[in-house]
Design a protein around this ligand. Structure first.
Ligand code: SF4
Ligand code: SF4
Length: 168
């Protein structure tokens, strides 16, 4: 499949998730457990870093991240090009739910908001829920934006692309 068959909808503005917070309890993530969160709160927790869309390999019980990415990731925005139908199109695209978050070995990055909260930590200062700006995940250098990345369609052996970035 040509890698650019899907193009991100230009009309989608990531900031729209954080612009209208009417009805959202301030700092809800400090007051509720992950189990208690509404769907909207759950979705707001995602910082949009894109790091869960890196390909990973498991070696001797440990997950290793690579700098190769799912071909449906838009690396400029770090958004999925097929978000609404991702589970139909990609067999190994995982829903970020409680069991995924708690799976061992951990396959989500250590900066992932769901991982942090499940470990009893606060959200980081750069999280869009704290800054009010979706772009803060990029400005802080915490997303995949501007990193050296390889489209999975160009990769033969993932073991050659293992990275040890401190935020993974
Ligand atoms: S790693 Fe976590 S916070 Fe980042 S995009 Fe994936 S689900 Fe969202
Ligand atoms: S299909 Fe899944 S893994 Fe691929 S970019 Fe979309 S959300 Fe990420």
């Amino acid at each position: 499949m040509p890698k650019d068959e899907y193009i991100l909808e230009e009309s989608y503005d990531p900031q729209s998730r954080f612009d209208d917070m009417e009805g959202v309890e301030p700092e809800f993530w400090k007051k509720k457990s992950l189990e208690e969160m509404s769907k909207r709160e759950w979705e707001l927790l995602c910082d949009g870093c894109g790091k869960c869309c890196l390909n990973k390999i498991e070696i001797k019980g440990r997950i290793h991240f690579t700098n190769t990415y799912c071909r449906f990731l838009d690396t400029k925005s770090c958004l999925c090009k097929i978000y609404d139908c991702r589970f139909k199109k990609i067999n190994d695209c995982r829903d970020i739910n409680l069991s995924a978050i708690r799976e061992k070995p951990r396959w989500l990055p250590k900066t992932c908001a769901y991982i942090l909260l499940d470990e009893g930590k606060d959200l980081p200062s750069w999280h869009p829920l704290k800054t009010g700006k979706a772009v803060s995940v990029h400005e802080s250098g915490q997303s995949l934006k501007n990193r050296k990345l390889i489209n999975e369609s160009e990769v033969e052996d993932y073991e050659n692309y293992i990275v040890e970035w401190p935020d993974l």
